[in-house]
Design a protein around this ligand. Structure first.
Ligand SMILES: [Zn+2]
Length: 250
């Protein structure tokens, strides 16, 4: 380890310790604005999906994919939720954080056949890492010990379709939508260069870009990834088949 990386590790550990100390006692109530502010040092960019996973992180992803196979086949595990509730009332330690779209058809706990306390699920239309979602992810990484972050796109995503349909007039969308949909637009513009199904290509590109933005938006996540503590993956959930297709690492 060279001096620079050693310094980075010390800085990273200190930053996470600060987060843990500041948040450990209070964040059960919600994530503070200060984290959202600290995470928002970049909001665009990203050329592809996250890097290849370590064997440990791949094992976590493999377990989720085994759960997805159970979901597809209809042979789900029997979850003892009553017992889980009692144990989880004392604390939580979810292995995986998921950023998924705000869509009633996309339920990570079901899709990956996981019990209470096993997934730390954050949702927003278009499954993009907004500053508020990044603050939630930072809490999972720094306080709960989450080791995996998964971006979960899905087929027929209305938010991505809105970005395609309104790419020249995003501002014409109602309410708060322009600010959100504008964050999906760069992925659409990239995906349109590939012939074929623009919506499908855009959904995949958007999930890959979201994954690559995680470390750019958050020094907490960046340091955890650089130190091998956290892995990042992305993929697209097919509504009709139930299959979650993992994007290849860049
Ligand atoms: Zn969607």
């Amino acid at each position: 380890m060279n001096q620079k990386s050693s310094q980075r590790n010390e800085v990273g550990a200190t930053r996470r310790e600060m987060l843990h100390g500041t948040l450990g006692a209070t964040l059960a109530l919600g994530v503070g604005q200060s984290l959202a502010a600290s995470s928002a040092h970049a909001s665009t960019g990203g050329e592809g999906s996250a890097a290849a996973l370590s064997s440990g992180h791949q094992a976590i992803l493999d377990r989720l994919m085994e759960g997805n196979q159970r979901f597809i086949s209809g042979h789900l595990r029997k979850h003892d939720m009553a017992n889980a509730r009692g144990i989880l009332a004392k604390g939580q330690r979810p292995d995986t954080a998921v950023i998924r779209c705000a869509d009633s058809r996309v339920a990570p706990e079901l899709v990956f056949d996981q019990n209470l306390g096993e997934l730390f699920v954050c949702g927003v239309a278009g499954n993009i890492p907004t500053p508020e979602l990044m603050a939630s992810i930072e809490y999972a990484v720094a306080v709960l010990g989450t080791r995996m972050i998964l971006i979960m796109g899905h087929s027929s995503c209305g938010a991505v379709d809105a970005a395609i349909q309104h790419q020249t007039d995003v501002g014409a969308l109602p309410g708060s939508l322009p600010g959100l949909i504008a964050q999906i637009l760069p992925s659409v513009l990239k995906a349109q260069k590939t012939p074929g199904d623009t919506l499908a290509h855009s959904i995949k590109q958007n999930s890959m870009d979201a994954a690559s933005r995680l470390t750019k938006m958050s020094t907490v996540v960046e340091e955890a990834v650089n130190q091998g503590e956290v892995g990042i993956a992305s993929g697209v959930y097919e509504l009709s088949s139930g299959r979650f297709i993992v994007n290849s690492p860049s």
